[in-house]
Design a protein around this ligand. Structure first.
Ligand code: FPP
Ligand code: MG
Length: 446
């Protein structure tokens, strides 16, 4: 076993998140919505596993399988690929000093730049208002970090037999509906679809949350109104559907379509949560998988499926995305409490204002029972917001949420070790980048 692998396992085992939601335990073990169980086996997704959290239990790694205890004492086994040990490449991967300098964005930057360019073309419309609205968050300067396309191309590189030829750094301006049989282009299409779905979900989310800013500028709804904003999101989804259909692969269509199902389910879970559900950590984590992690997880799996890899490797890639996605959202929820609107580029304390209790608040409520009352009434009475912030600051809720995010980052890093042995220096670099991404995510300030 390699040194970093051992370190990761030790840390993962050290993190036992006991579900002691004293005042908040009424609905521990709540089931996911029925539609989360409607997955066909062909997609290889295991819905219970998809929504399991490993929050409340210990993680018991073995060389070839993983067992999660959920808070309702369900045992869940996930087949993951056996870590490939002992090679010089792996040693390079494991040495903390050798990877700290890796810039994950730089590793696939030419391709992500080309994907961004293709996206700018693909969201154009002949209808002027739609063109202006759909292009809004794809313009240079407000296109965000391109985290999802970067992750997709990094996983593609980590799994590839050969590094991508330089021709794939060029912009592919073939029409969305035109099928392509080149593997790397097909994986680039997954990156493109991921970004289209992500931006569409933000457009819808900002309408629901009545947000006034996003990415440091006015939100689209604040600019063109709710109706055009929603329809622009639909337009982006339509573009994503055309690109998806052109892949001519029903398994991939199913995987990527499930993301939409989960996104909507997550949003509805949040919106319709009962008083007790808003106090329940399992409900929070299931919702978080649906709202955020499912996109990353299913994209990672799609890349592995296109590569023609075994179900175990596809699962491992999926698990990486799931853990990273959960960590990403937990950090986001911490930043909502600790960050300022000017740094975040979107309103701060948004979750509390929307009546949503996230991981740091739920952890804080275990120490500050008064918070449970505020959560139940969705922070709607006068003075609730200020009091909630005060109580959270008097607890270690923020630190415990950070620890939970760290746990998922460690698990994501461990999944990278379970991927097949890297076949080239570029694949080694991509694997290192996937690990560094977990560090960057924890340290991010916005
Ligand atoms: C941000 O959450 C929102 C999401 C991660 C997903 C939103 C999903 C929907 C609105 C369902 C519709 C989906 C599609 C594909 C049209 P947040 O409000 O916690 O984060 P924020 O602070 O960035 O707004
Ligand atoms: Mg929002």
């Amino acid at each position: 076993m390699r040194s970093a692998g051992v370190h990761v396992l030790r840390l993962a085992l050290a993190h036992r998140f006991t579900s002691t939601t004293q005042c908040c335990s009424a609905t521990a073990g709540i089931s996911a919505p029925h539609l989360l169980h409607a997955t066909s086996p062909s997609s290889q997704e295991q819905p219970e596993q998809a929504c399991s959290t490993s929050y409340s239990g210990q993680v018991t790694p073995t060389s070839h399988s993983r067992t999660y205890w959920t808070s309702n004492s369900r045992l869940q086994h996930t087949a993951v690929a056996q870590p490939q040990g002992g090679s010089i490449d792996d040693q390079a991967l494991d040495s903390a000093t050798s990877i700290s300098h890796v810039d994950p964005y730089a590793v696939v930057q030419p391709e992500v730049k080309a994907i961004s360019e293709r996206l700018r073309h693909s969201v154009s419309s002949t209808v002027p208002v739609l063109k202006q609205a759909a292009e809004y968050f794809f313009r240079k300067g407000v296109e965000g970090k391109r985290l999802r396309p970067t992750l997709v191309m990094l996983m593609a590189s980590a799994l590839a037999h050969t590094p991508p030829a330089s021709e794939y750094h060029g912009v592919d301006l073939r029409p969305a509906a035109e099928p392509t049989h080149e593997l790397r282009r097909r994986q680039q299409r997954i990156a493109e679809i991921a970004e289209l779905i992500h931006v569409a979900s933000l457009l819808h989310d900002d309408v629901i949350d009545e947000a006034s800013t996003r990415r440091g500028i006015l939100s689209l709804n604040a600019t063109v109104g709710n109706k055009v904003s929603i329809l622009s999101g639909d337009f982006l989804l339509a573009r994503a559907s055309v690109t998806l259909g052109a892949l001519r692969n029903t398994e991939i269509v199913e995987l990527m379509s499930q993301i939409l199902e989960y996104l909507v389910s997550g949003e509805i879970m949040q919106m319709t949560a009962t008083q007790e559900q808003t106090l329940d950590m399992d409900h929070y984590l299931q919702k978080t998988y649906c709202k955020t992690a499912s996109l990353m997880a299913n994209c990672m799996r799609a890349v592995a499926v296109l590569e023609g890899l075994s179900p175990e490797v596809c699962n491992t890639a999926w698990s990486y995305g799931r853990h990273l996605g959960l960590a990403f959202q937990i950090v986001d929820d911490v930043l909502d409490l600790t960050g300022s609107a000017s740094i975040l580029g979107k309103p701060a304390l948004n979750d509390l204002k929307s009546g949503v209790a996230t991981a740091p608040v739920l952890f804080a409520a275990e120490q500050q029972p008064e918070l449970c009352t505020l959560i139940r009434r969705k922070f709607k009475s006068a003075g609730d917001l200020d009091r909630a912030v005060q109580l959270i600051n008097q607890s270690d809720g923020i630190q415990r949420a950070r620890d939970l995010a760290k746990h998922h980052c460690l698990m994501a890093a461990e999944m990278v070790h379970g991927l097949p042995k890297p076949a080239s220096d570029h694949a080694v670099l991509a694997r290192q980048a996937l690990i560094v991404m977990t560090h960057k995510l924890l340290d991010r300030k916005k």
